[in-house]
Write a protein that binds this ligand. Sequence first.
Ligand code: AKG
Length: 293
Amino acid sequence: MSLSDEQLVLYERDGIIPQLSFISREEALALASRHGDFEHACIEHLGEIHWFKTYLLSRWIFELVTRPLILDYMEDLLGPNLLLWGVDMFYKPPHSERFTAMHQDSTYWGLEPADGLVNAWIALTPSTVANGCLRLLPCSHQRGQVDHTNEFEKNNVLVHGQSAAGYDLEEASPVELEAGQMTIFHLHTVHGSGKNTTAQLRLGLAVRYIRPEVRQVGRRDSALLVRGEDKCGNFDHELAPAREFDKRAVEQFTAAMARPSGAGNSGGIDGLDKQRADAGHGRAFHNVESSGV
Ligand SMILES: O=C(O)CCC(=O)C(=O)O
């Protein structure tokens, strides 16, 4: 057991375990400084900066999110068999207006049941109220799926421009993290984050683990087995990258992005990109703005 009984009770009650130790501050900052190389490699191999399913491209990201300690935490919450389904790179450059509207991750992912997925948000730089740390609404996971509206606001980083109807960023609890700490939260937890008012980058990885019993509604999806075994066969098994952006990894990523689960019922990635273009926005799952690392 890596999580204490108190932490397990907290997760059950609040849907959130706010500040957990993971790696040292020095190591986190050293990894954050590799983000520039990640962006350059994205441009070299894929023509644009990506932030979705990054563990399929980068060996260091894959190794970080499969360390025994984080998998132990996940095992305490999900059981002995674990699949890795997502690692999203969320960054806010210095003095950035980018924000994440209040939302539930369950809204467009098509994964059921909701308690079969746990999120871990890892801070690679300090994450503070001033630079737009994650804000989460305790106990909101107990409400089940709530209604969302889609508005494609200019600086909302969410790909559908979604926001949970009637929820305000200010009412959620800010969770400040040291570089190297992480926050765990439930798939139904309503959360978001504000803009970065500082001169420092805010960079974090949002990691999504599922148990093999989880199903993707409506179509076939893929995930990577990271602990135990998968006797359910609900997901095609992905392979870890052997090195940064090796050829097979890039091909696998490209195939996964042709059918991203986050596109929901928008007619796949092309349908979603068209909706975004009609609303005057750039393509989904790409970052036009560099992190500046
Ligand atoms: O890092 C952020 O600003 C938002 C993260 C988020 O929405 C998520 O982890 O699902």
